[in-house]
Design a binder for this molecule. Structure first.
Ligand SMILES: [Zn+2]
Length: 343
């Protein structure tokens, strides 16, 4: 098989690797498409320290089952089936302790992040049977690669407590912000407003059903008040800088909620009185529970037509390095880039 290897930071090469063989309880997937995540870009540049040289990344993916290991007989899975996988692998003994909040397991290993796992920028991967989520043949197969980022968005919207009728502010209209728009509307938000500097990303978000503002035009709170007729009930920050979190705080009502999803900076300087005296709730959000991943899969399986908007382009393995380099220098790609591994 061929695989995209992070040779060194800033340098991806396509290499030939032996095909894997599924062990006990494992399923072998022939990958069709894998999305490039912001975390992969930071891994590529070396910025986040969560990827190492020599690694094969890739955690937003879809493929077809090509082999089933021993002990998978009762799974109901079959060869040829379209499937995605939940990249969070929990040890057996943590399944009960962390039921419903599997992302909190300190012993989890993540496909695409753990350096010793050959992940989904390879043509063949091995996945534990319980991480496999079968998908219908009826949906455009590439949509399967959107399930993971949509699960991130569903979790963020759940953490933020978005309720029917809420006015929701999303800061940052990149791929995660875009998925949050869809998840917030799905959760019943009356209006979703996206703050984004890039005009192409703004128009993409508008096609998803959001209204948009350019944060450079006027103070954000002022623009939010003008657009929604009041401050936002909930703000989700998909950027994560001191400026954006403070913008989120001042753009929400007293008692509102700010959900921190973006990881722009490790340290933030916050206006603490916006949290204390005005009783806003600041919550963090990272990955998703097993149930939220399944919710995302079920939703994507219905193939709502807006999903197509999230995918800006597809490249082959040979074009992957260039795609990563382009995204790393912020080449203006508004949405998701998928790497096709079936060609
Ligand atoms: Zn990701």
């Amino acid at each position: 098989m061929r695989a995209l290897v992070l040779k060194e930071f800033g340098h991806l090469v396509v290499e030939e690797r032996p095909d894997p063989t599924p062990g006990h309880g494992e399923v072998q997937l022939a990958i069709v498409a894998t999305g490039i995540c912001g975390s992969d870009i930071h891994g590529f540049t070396g910025k986040n320290g969560r990827r190492v040289a020599g690694q094969i990344m890739g955690h937003e993916s879809v493929g077809r089952i090509v082999a089933l290991g021993e002990g998978t007989e009762t799974s109901g899975l079959r060869i040829g089936q379209v499937a995605t996988f939940n990249p969070l692998i929990l040890p057996e003994e943590d399944l009960k302790t962390f039921a419903g909040r599997e992302q909190h397991s300190p012993n989890k290993r993540v496909i695409g992040v753990a350096a010793d796992i050959v992940s989904a920028f390879a043509q063949q991967v091995l996945v534990p049977m319980r991480n496999i989520v079968p998908l219908p043949d009826s949906m455009p197969i590439a949509y399967g690669a959107l399930i993971e980022p949509i699960a991130v968005a569903i979790h963020a919207v759940n953490r933020a407590g978005v309720r029917t009728g809420d006015g929701v502010l999303v800061i940052g209209g990149g791929p995660i912000g875009q998925s949050i728009v869809l998840a917030a509307l799905r959760a019943g938000a009356a209006a979703v407003l996206v703050s984004e500097v890039d005009p192409e990303r703004r128009s993409l978000c508008e096609r998803l059903g959001a209204r948009t503002i350019d944060p450079r035009v006027a103070p954000l709170a002022e623009q939010v008040r003008a657009a929604l007729g009041r401050l936002a009930d909930v703000a989700l920050d998909a950027v994560g800088l001191t400026s954006t979190v403070n913008d989120a705080l001042v753009s929400t009502t007293f008692g509102g909620t700010v959900c921190l999803v973006g990881m722009g900076n490790q340290r933030l300087d916050l206006d603490a009185f916006r949290v204390s005296t005005e009783e806003r709730t600041l919550v963090g959000s990272f990955s998703y529970s097993v149930q939220e991943f399944l919710d995302a899969a079920e939703w994507v399986a219905r193939a709502p037509k807006e999903l197509g908007e999230l995918i800006t382009r597809e490249v082959g393995l040979e074009g992957a390095h260039e795609a990563f380099a382009g995204l790393a220098r912020m080449d203006g790609t508004p949405g998701k880039v998928l790497v096709r591994l079936d060609k």
